[in-house]
Design a protein around this ligand. Structure first.
Ligand SMILES: Cc1cc2nc3c(=O)[nH]c(=O)nc-3n(C[C@H](O)[C@H](O)[C@H](O)COP(=O)(O)OP(=O)(O)OC[C@H]3O[C@@H](n4cnc5c(N)ncnc54)[C@H](O)[C@@H]3O)c2cc1C
Length: 263
């Protein structure tokens, strides 16, 4: 069985997110990292391999992104993927979620995976949608928010977290599954794996290599149009109550809360 795991390079969580007003896109010039939600997808692939019930021949990490996104692939490989595929092309810049899903689906078609795993959300766009877009293009069943995955015969028995409780779903493969972050505790890469990651096979592909239509990606192929952006209004300075007499301080806090009908 071949598993493809989608991974994305995102701005580091510690960096404040901002939209570049000149392009209408997120400013991605800051420090970047592997999307933390995707480490759960890699771990889920490793759990299937190490579980020993289903033979997993290959785990392939797949990303779409600029040159720097190769670092996310190295991290994915250090966490257990056998090799990676980097879809990169200047024409992809400015792709919205539908265009990104289409391009990633074309990349996946070239790999013919039995199972596609991805994170529940990216830490920057937070659309939660790529899995569904991919499944539509690939004509595969799609499950989201999966927090338990067991091999059952030729398929998988999955538990998904819903607002009303849990669904248990029997799934035949090939399929696209986005995993919730409650599914597992991702491992840390070993020093040896980090050092060896750059030596693992990496395939780099552009639009022409994968038969991606230029008119369906990038700004031209994106129907989402970003309008005006404003910074959130500045917050008024808070009130600081210095504690000299605790009883008095408590009375002041209670009065403050009472005025605002918070108690
Ligand atoms: C007008 C517009 C222009 C944009 N321009 C750009 C741009 O120039 N560059 C850019 O990077 N983004 C751009 N974006 C954002 C981009 O469209 C989204 O990042 C993308 O659609 C995926 O949405 P998401 O990240 O919210 O994914 P979600 O659906 O929240 O992510 C779920 C999972 O999908 C997988 N995934 C998501 N994106 C990728 C990826 N690229 N490669 C591999 N796996 C992935 C990950 O496993 C992730 O955990 C643009 C968006 C808009 C609306």
């Amino acid at each position: 069985m071949k598993i493809c795991v989608l991974v994305k390079e995102v701005p580091d969580a510690a960096v404040e997110k901002r939209i570049d007003p000149s392009t209408g896109r997120m400013d991605r010039s800051s420090e970047k990292n592997l999307n933390p939600y995707d480490t759960h997808a890699i771990e889920a692939a490793m759990a299937l391999r190490e579980g020993g019930v289903m033979q997993v021949d290959e785990i392939v990490a797949v990303t779409m992104g600029p040159g720097s996104a190769v670092r996310a692939l190295h991290k994915a490989v250090s966490l257990g993927a056998d090799r990676s595929l980097h879809l990169t092309d200047d024409a992809l810049a400015g792709s919205d979620v539908a265009a990104t899903g289409y391009a990633l689906a074309k990349a996946l078609e070239s790999e013919q995976p039995d199972l596609v795993l991805l994170g529940q959300q990216s830490d920057d766009g937070e659309c939660y949608t790529i899995g569904a877009v991919l499944a539509d293009h690939l004509k595969m069943p799609s499950l989201t928010q999966v927090i338990k995955m067991d091999v059952d015969g030729d398929g998988l028995r999955c538990e998904r977290q819903a607002e009303y409780g849990y669904d248990t779903v029997q799934l035949t493969m090939p399929a696209v599954i986005s995993v919730g972050d409650a599914i597992n505790e991702p491992r840390y890469p070993s020093l040896k794996a980090i050092m060896g990651a750059k030596k693992k096979p990496l395939r780099t592909a552009g639009l022409a290599d994968l038969g991606i239509e230029r008119s369906l990606v990038g700004e031209e192929g994106s129907r989402v149009q970003c309008g005006d952006f404003h910074d959130p209004p500045a917050k008024a300075a808070g009130q600081i109550i210095e504690d000299e007499d605790t009883n008095e301080t408590v009375e002041k806090i209670v009065a403050w809360l009472d005025q605002r009908k918070l108690i």
